[in-house]
Design a protein around this ligand. Structure first.
Ligand code: R5P
Length: 283
């Protein structure tokens, strides 16, 4: 039984389709004091696969409730698919007295599930914070599907950490070079600076590939630099299109040709589904 969190309804539906599993219809309510109430009607069978991106604090609370609710509804075998794991970038204590937030969240989720599936967590190491078995899935390959026909393409990561997924997208696309920028972020202001690599970009189509577009600072900086250097078209591709605040506006101002994201976070630019990759992982 696929059990969708309210933030992952499209992905959960696509996953139910891919796997041929039935889908539960949870209800979501909110009390006058702001507390949430996610409930799951009783269902046949003892297996439940919850699919819930934790892209907000409310989504984390809802996920914990869904885990408890499926047990109440009869499940004895619970899998928790977290298509986008929020707080994964707080994977260490960055200052005196600061929490390792990813660990706190992982521990909480571990109490209500038999296993966890994560899609492109910010750092692979966050999987170790869970107290139950974790499978990490790389969905970057699906980003090649919606790309237009590209001229002499370059698949570029905005930092070395994203170089592997840029290569994954290039391999799935079937042609092109890969490279990465050097990136520096000012922790106080959040401002990002990227240093261009040596790869020539003039008159080429460039796909900038990252795991996430959050504030859009990294991506818009990269897009701007590439346009200044004469790239033909610059496409922004990411697994997790968080697109917080004015990220889209910043990308448009930098001259992005299009934004391509998956449905691990459901946004207007979620033009491709991670469901086929997740279905393989759940087999
Ligand atoms: C950083 O290491 C990540 O791969 C992303 O580049 C980063 O989290 C994107 O954040 P933002 O959109 O806020 O620049």
């Amino acid at each position: 039984m696929i059990v969708p969190g309210s933030s992952s309804q499209l992905l959960a539906a696509a996953l139910a389709e891919e796997t041929g599993r039935p889908s539960a219809t949870p209800t979501y309510d909110r009390f006058p004091d702001g507390e949430t109430l996610a409930a799951v009607p009783r269902f046949e069978g003892n297996e439940a696969t919850i699919v819930a991106a934790t892209d907000s604090d409310a989504a984390w609370v809802e996920l914990l409730q869904l885990q408890d609710a499926v047990r109440e509804a009869g499940a004895t075998d619970v899998t928790t698919v977290v298509p986008y794991m929020g707080y994964a970038r707080q994977d260490e204590s960055f200052g005196d007295g600061e929490p390792v937030s990813a660990r706190a969240m992982a521990r909480a989720v571990s109490t209500g599930t038999d296993r966890v599936v994560l899609v492109n967590p910010h750092e692979r190491g966050v999987a170790d914070f869970y107290d139950v078995p974790v499978e990490v899935v790389d969905a970057a390959s699906v980003l090649a599907d919606p790309l237009p026909a590209l001229d002499d393409p370059l698949f570029l990561a905005p930092d070395e950490g994203a170089a592997a997924i840029a290569t994954t997208v290039r391999d799935a696309y079937g042609a092109g070079e890969t490279d990465y920028f050097e990136k520096r972020r000012d922790r106080d202001t959040g401002a990002v600076e990227v240093s261009p690599s040596d790869a020539p970009v003039a008159d080429r189509d460039v796909v900038v590939v990252d795991d996430i577009i959050a504030t859009g600072s990294t991506m818009s900086e990269s897009v701007g630099v590439l346009n200044e250097r004469g790239a033909a078209r610059v496409v922004a591709a990411c697994v997790h299109p968080m697109l917080a605040a004015n990220a889209v506006t910043k990308l448009r101002a930098a001259g992005v040709d299009r934004i391509v994201g998956s449905d691990t976070i459901e946004r207007g630019c979620s033009v491709v589904s991670a469901a086929p990759v997740l279905a393989d992982a759940l087999e």
